[in-house]
Design a protein around this ligand. Sequence first.
Ligand SMILES: [Zn+2]
Length: 357
Amino acid sequence: MMSIIDLLGIVSGLKEDEKELFNRFFLVHESTGKLVLPEEMKPWAEKSFGDIASVENQKIIKVFNKLTFEAALFNELRAKRPIEAKSDEDVVKVINESINDPFCKPLTGTPKDIFGRIKGKHCISASNVAKYDALHGLIVFKKHNPLDFSEKELQDYFKTALKWFDKAYKSNRNAAYPFLLWNCLWKSGASIIHGHMQLVLGEGLHYAEAEYYNKIRREYADKYKSDYFCDLHKIHSLIGLGFESKKIKIFTNIVPRKDKEVTLISDKLDKKFVSAIYKVANCLVKDLGVNSFNLGVIFPPIIKSDEWKGFPVIARIVNRGSLSNKTSDIGGVELYARSNVIETDPYKVFENIKIYF
Ligand SMILES: [Zn+2]
């Protein structure tokens, strides 16, 4: 099986023009971290990592996107570890203990927006109590347990979310910049256990990530007469980390924001796109042991303009680590070196995702 640890070798096997495209986007650097173990630590190292040599010589792969300055660090020791898909019984217990929270009775437990509530079959909208932005709503799932979701339910959440964006926009036509997020369980930043998505509609300018990608995309189009996202996806397909299904581009980024990240790109958010998001989320939860995740969806602005013409809908979903682990998955290197230390090999994630399509 291919591995991110062999990325340089994989790239060297590409055709010249493919290599050129890869090098336009990425820099890959390989190095070895060495250490000397005292005798007393050797039994522990052997038990934890299989052999002593791989602990004393650790291959590090640094990947850098030259266009966006996104960067990731992979360590062979971590990447080689098998994925443990264990369900945590304590988590189920904690989720069940919080039943009868305000979201279980949203009509009396949550405020509504000034334009009212939108009712779906499996969810209802609410206004967020402490807002990030002036228009900030919630999609409150009927089901309490956020890890228990079907495709039918996810379709309904998104359908209701799109209606919310529409109503919110009609309530204030200066607010035209939509972003949807789903923080699932506490490691992801969710303060309430009960399943819910959040919807924000910005005024004046888009959220920074969208503005940033749009700038990169426009500069790229000027310089190379090609589309940034199409080429980014193409590169990942060439190195065995991307594919297309029903016009939806799916890939595991070699500069992921964090562990087990999957990116989905489409022209529009329709049933097919939601279906693909469901497949990915379901795979992460069912096969890859993910219990806490962030899903973020960037939409193009509601108002059409030349500047944003062709900007796609981008969904990214990422693991936030074990719910029973008190350590945060984000530290100083992520915050202040803008480099992400990645646990799982994107090739392993990709292999599992692919089976669902
Ligand atoms: Zn609840």
